[in-house]
Structures are given as structure tokens and as C-alpha cells.
Write a protein that binds this ligand. Structure first.
Ligand SMILES: Nc1ncnc2c1ncn2[C@@H]1O[C@H](COP(=O)(O)OP(=O)(O)OP(=O)(O)O)[C@@H](O)[C@H]1O
Ligand SMILES: [Mg+2]
Length: 301
């Protein structure tokens, strides 16, 4: 493996102020900007695994960058640059070897505390809720839908940004109570617009975007902009168009080999997670790279 293919599991840049280590990303603060570094960590069943996936960080960063650029004509976003040399920071430059290709410098803004999920198909927590109540986030749906069915039209199904535990689905009127009617309407309208644009683009490239989550922030001059990552396999459910059939769960685009392997060894899904065999790591890496290629039309390596 060349240097770039060696998975990066964690970063340690003591000269910068670490503000968050998520399951996948390490985030540092530089004045009024954030340095979002996507490592090669991967989680399954909500537990971070000890094995990294080569090129995963570059794929997620490259895809976010691709979508930020593709959608910037309709929606403003937080991306400043992914080029180390444009970040104009000696500490960042010093760590160029590990940061290049996996790092975004973004405007730091006030985060709107709502996960803006848009669903075009019935899966995950949406499918669970539908089976119980025939609704998702209070939205009434037709009877008789099956798992993975395409919805008559995409729906906005927000959830809370839980700091501990799982995010919880909320109704649009709860969003209104939290952030006010005007902003709630804006979040919904912008999230739906983005989903529709991306859904059509991806479908032409044989990827179904089942659902996706957007986050929004408010700038100093009170503009609502798209933040975080966008339309990546970590923030969305991507399904290969080939082999799609409703009435059952779909194969996950990226993590299916890992899930199947972990089920096969009967891991109890509690930490610590077992290491993955090299062939599972390799196949997963290839899946991420193929999603990148399908969506951007370019090979990452
Ligand atoms: N431009 C931005 N300005 C301010 N905060 C941002 C910006 N972009 C993203 N964020 C915030 O940074 C945090 C990123 O954390 P991250 O998603 O990596 O980990 P997490 O949410 O703690 O855990 P998980 O790995 O489960 O997602 C999120 O809270 C997100 O809202
Ligand atoms: Mg997050």
C-alpha cells in the first residue's frame, strides 16, 4: 500500500484547538473557521470499528466538495476550500501529508439544531414509524406501502440533533416551535430543493438516494447556509439502482460487506468491535471509490 492508502484513524494536531471528535471526523477551530478532517474511521451498528477503510476520508471529502459545488448555484454553503495551499496556515501546511484530500476549511457559523432529513423512499426509522402509525414525523402517507418503496413525493422528516443517544424524529410544528415559522419553512424548502436536484443527478448515474440529512447554519449577516457534509454515504442511504426491489431492505451501498461479516461472526454489537479481515476492508474501500467515480465521473486514485 502506498502512503495514501494507509488508513488514517485519528489526528493529533496539538497546535490547533480540537473542538469535536465525531465517529468519523476530527474538527479543529481556527479563528472564525473550522478545519473538518475526515478520517478513515468507519462505524457499523453505531460502533466505531478498530479497522480503517483506505480512501474513505478522501471519498467523503471529495463527494461533499463535489455536491457543494454542484448545488452552489441554488444554495449557499460553508465550504471555503479543500486545498491545503489555499488554507494559508503554516500548521496546516506542516501536516499536509495526512490532511491533503481529506480536509475542508469552512466558515464557522451558528448551527441550527435540527437535522433536516429528506426521504424519497421508505427505509430505516421512517419505515419503522410508518408500520406503526402510517405516518412519518406526523406526515400521513398512503396505506399499503412496502419497505423500500418510493414515496409518492419526497417528504421533509426532521429530527433533533441529540448530543447523546439517537436522534429523534420530530414534526414540522415542533421545528416551528424550536426555530420560528420563517426559518422552519426555509429549512424545509431548501432541503427539499437540494434533495430533488441531487436525486435526479444520482439516478442518472445509477445511484438511488433513498434519504439524506442536511445541516444548516446562520451566518453573521443572517443568511441560512448549508453546512457539515453533504450527500455522502455517511449522511445518506445510497442504493445501487441495479438490483433495487421494494418489499425488503436494500443492500447498503457501502457497508454491506461489513454488516454481513459482523453478522456472520455473531458479534454482540457492543463495543469493543472486532477488527475486519483484509478482504472485507478492501472490498469496502472499493465500494466507496466506486460511489465516488459513479457520482463525480472521475477516479479518485
Ligand atoms: N460550518 C460549521 N459551523 C459550525 N459547526 C459546524 C459547521 N459544519 C458542521 N458543524 C458541526 O460540527 C459538528 C460535526 O460533528 P460530527 O458530525 O463530525 O460528529 P458528531 O455529530 O459529534 O457525531 P457523528 O460522528 O455521529 O456525526 C456537528 O455538530 C455539526 O453541526
Ligand atoms: Mg454529525
Amino acid at each position: 500500500m502506498n502512503n495514501k492508502a494507509t488508513p488514517l484513524l485519528t489526528t493529533n494536531i496539538p497546535e490547533l484547538k480540537l473542538c469535536n471528535r465525531g465517529k468519523v471526523r476530527d474538527i479543529y477551530e481556527i479563528n472564525d473557521t473550522l478545519l473538518i478532517i475526515t478520517t478513515d474511521r468507519i462505524s457499523a451498528f453505531d460502533v466505531v470499528l478498530p479497522s480503517g477503510i483506505p480512501y474513505k476520508g478522501q471519498v467523503l471529502t471529495g463527494l461533499s466538495e463535489f455536491w457543494f459545488k454542484y448545488t452552489s448555484r441554488i444554495i449557499e454553503n460553508h465550504l471555503i476550500t479543500t486545498h491545503i495551499e489555499h488554507m494559508d496556515n503554516p500548521v496546516v501546511s506542516q501536516h499536509k501529508d495526512i490532511l491533503a484530500g481529506r480536509t475542508m476549511l469552512v466558515k464557522k457559523v451558528k448551527v441550527v439544531p435540527v437535522e433536516c432529513v429528506v426521504r424519497g423512499y421508505l427505509a430505516g426509522s421512517g419505515w419503522k414509524e410508518y408500520q406503526k402509525t402510517q405516518t412519518i414525523c406526523g406526515i400521513k402517507l398512503p396505506a399499503g406501502l412496502r419497505e423500500s418503496d418510493q414515496l409518492p413525493e419526497p417528504i421533509f422528516t426532521p429530527s433533533t440533533k441529540a448530543t447523546i443517544g439517537h436522534d429523534e424524529n420530530i414534526t414540522f410544528s415542533q421545528v416551528t416551535d424550536m426555530v420560528g415559522k420563517e426559518l422552519a419553512e426555509e429549512l424545509k424548502e431548501k432541503s427539499m430543493k437540494l434533495y430533488l436536484l441531487a436525486r435526479d443527478y444520482a439516478l442518472d448515474r445509477d445511484i438511488i438516494i433513498c434519504d439524506t440529512k442536511f445541516e444548516w447554519g446562520i451566518t453573521e449577516n443572517n443568511t441560512t447556509i448549508l453546512i457539515d457534509e453533504a450527500l455522502t454515504p455517511d449522511s445518506s442511504r445510497f442504493w445501487p439502482r441495479d438490483g433495487y426491489a421494494s418489499g425488503k431492505p436494500q443492500q447498503s451501498y457501502d457497508k454491506q460487506f461489513i454488516r454481513d461479516y459482523l453478522e456472520s461472526i455473531h458479534w454482540n454489537k457492543k463495543p469493543p468491535a472486532p477488527a475486519l479481515p483484509p478482504e472485507i476492508v478492501q472490498k469496502t474501500s472499493e465500494k466507496y471509490l466506486s460511489a465516488y467515480k459513479a457520482l463525480t465521473g472521475k477516479s479518485l486514485i
